[in-house]
Design a protein. Structure first.
Length: 343
């Protein structure tokens, strides 16, 4: 029986999202027959009682405060993770982490340096996708449409060219944490200050009105295109993780040629960012009919309301099979076999 460590928790604003996703993944892998241990990057291997307390499917309406995040960051195990027996004995680590420390290449580099096999993208691709400024530059290079942007601070003339409304967000944080839609330049400083609470780099992006779509990627396959219809103006934290706050339509009711185009662009973006195993690519369909890539998630959400599982289900891949295929793709990779623990 293969030994899988589901590595979760973390000390980012998306900690609760990670724990909720881990609850789903752990149950799926155990149903499939894997021997699963859960490890929180803050508190270590979890007992059965700790799993029951921490791995809950609900996320809540708001992320942890920056003050709470600071406490968690101070408790991170870091390199000490490698000393845990569960980590040393694992055939594979399945990261269910979100945010810079878990999703941005640091954890991947730590595991790879220790020869511990893991699922998902490597350090380089993870870091590239997490940095929205670098990722968008890459999109431009490979011909994936993306909204115009600048990093803060930016000349007034550049900001005016972006126009209003203006999206202000942290560059290396997901789940729309710290994001504001600015409708008056009088509100810009406050929006930048809010984004800067969560990251040291702030992105200013032209707002793309229109319908929002997402495409899952599994291995070398683009999965179903889904449409996201949130209750709020944007697909914010509350809409993402509160059941009933968003209509998610899989497959999206759009012309076949548009779906094909988004699937092709999703694969181009996935490959351009050097990603592996799975990802989720988000788009806004502009008034000009162009699908603009918003971002790519290297460790997409796996909660009960998450989009990648719905994208997979729409092409006949149920959740348990999705988690199993991620494991099998990872275990077949040469870098993981080189670790000497491939199944």
């Amino acid at each position: 029986m293969a030994r899988i460590v589901v590595l979760t928790g973390g000390s980012t604003p998306e900690r609760d999202v990670a724990l909720a996703g881990a609850a789903q993944v752990v149950a799926a892998l155990r149903r499939t027959g894997y021997d699963v241990t859960v490890v929180d990057t803050v508190s270590g291997a979890l007992t059965a009682g700790e799993e029951s307390r921490l791995l809950v499917p609900s996320v809540g309406k708001e992320p942890p405060t920056p003050e709470r995040i600071a406490v968690l960051e101070a408790a991170e195990l870091g390199d000490a993770l490698l000393d845990l027996p569960a980590m040393r004995q694992a055939d594979l680590v399945f990261p269910v982490l979100h945010g810079r420390q878990g999703e941005g290449g640091e954890m991947q580099a730590l595991l790879q340096g220790a020869g511990i096999p893991y699922a998902g993208s490597g350090p380089e691709g993870s870091a590239l996708a997490m940095d929205k400024d670098r990722a968008k530059r890459r999109f431009v290079q490979v011909g994936v449409p993306t909204a115009a942007w600048r990093t803060w601070p930016a000349p007034v003339a550049d900001i005016e060219r972006l126009g209003l409304p203006l999206v202000v967000k942290p560059s290396k944080v997901g789940s729309t944490v710290g994001l504001t839609v600015v409708r008056s330049l009088r509100d810009l400083d406050a929006a930048v200050a809010e984004a800067a609470r969560y990251d040291d780099q702030v992105l200013l992006e032209a707002y793309v009105p229109g319908r929002e779509f997402t495409v899952g990627v599994l291995g070398e396959r683009a999965l179903a295109v889904g449409e996201i219809v949130p209750s709020h103006e944007i697909f914010d934290y509350e809409c993402k993780y509160t059941p009933g706050m968003t209509r998610e339509i899989f497959p999206a009711a759009i012309p076949e040629d548009l779906a094909d185009r988004m699937q092709r662009l999703a694969l181009v973006a996935h490959r351009a960012l050097l990603l592996e195993d799975f990802s989720r690519v988000d788009f806004r369909l502009g008034d000009d009919g162009v699908p603009y890539c918003l971002e790519v998630n290297t460790l997409p959400g796996l909660t009960a309301t998450s989009l990648l599982p719905q994208s997979a289900q729409a092409v006949g891949i149920p959740f348990d099979a999705l988690c199993n295929e991620v494991c099998q793709l990872a275990l077949a990779r040469p870098r993981n076999k080189a670790g000497g623990r491939g199944i």
